[in-house]
Design a protein around this ligand. Sequence first.
Ligand code: CAA
Length: 287
Amino acid sequence: MQLEDIEIITVLGAGTMGHGIAEVAALAGYEVRLRDINEELVEDGYEQIAWSLDKLAEKDRISEETRDEAKESVTPVVDVESAVDEADIVIEAIVENMDIKQDVYEEVSEHAPEQTIFASNTSSLSISDLSEATDRPEQFCGMHFFNPPVRMDLIEVIRGDHTSDETMDVIEALAEDFDKSPVRVRKDVPGFIVNRILVPLMNEACWIVENGDATVAEVDSTTKYDLGLPMGAFELGDQVGIDVTYHVLEYMHEVLGEPYEPCPLLEEKVDNENLGQKTGKGFYDYE
Ligand code: CAA
């Protein structure tokens, strides 16, 4: 497959990353199918896309015409078969759980055309293990976006053990066509490059608070104003989703060992469903 052959892109998962990725694909002129497990979730994802496009148009980042065309090119879908049966590319952005992702890949393999390439937006899981749940491991790679996808320039394109050169080339070209800067990640290691750095930073920020060494506000003002990050460590944790950070750390801890042990503060937030902006409460209140 070549970039020119791509017309229809299916995004699996309409959550924080899924709807953002669908929006990026729509803005690049593709026909997009946005799929989740029920009407409420896909409609909610679509509304988030509409909100974001309105905001971009309001701020003159895009024209009103581009906004309207992008809105029209996204179709919310629940049925898996009709979501993928014409897809050229399937980008998966569902929950960060190996078993659930593998089940979805088995199902999608049955309905997607033979030539369709699968790309996972996993934040940390093994691309090789995920690819083995499909009927086409060589047409599989990681395509890791950053939150919010419409504003973040970087995409990690990750090679698994079975990924073909052609797959890497097409997904890299697609990332460029999305007007993003792809970085090829040669080694399929937990957290790839960015999360291997960023997630331990968020974990360490939690340990500082857990141990009573500084407050959330002190850590955030230091990371934002002194260290020069665009957001404080806790602001970023709330934006990314505390559950996402926690699951990435659990996996890194399992595979890479001790230094990645998740801080209990993260576990407590996850247990209480205080996951950040998406639930209205995390390290900060948004209600
Ligand atoms: N669509 C449209 N508008 C959006 C938006 C979206 N998705 N998200 C935020 N905005 C809006 C805000 O509502 C705000 O609007 P108002 O001014 O009307 O309130 C506005 O954008 C803020 O944008 P600005 O350009 O004024 O602000 P900024 O210069 O601070 O940029 C930012 C915002 C680009 C998000 C910046 O803060 C930033 O780069 N933050 C760091 C984000 C980051 O590191 N992400 C990676 C996380 S790690 C990850 O995602 C990987 C993983 O697997 C865990």
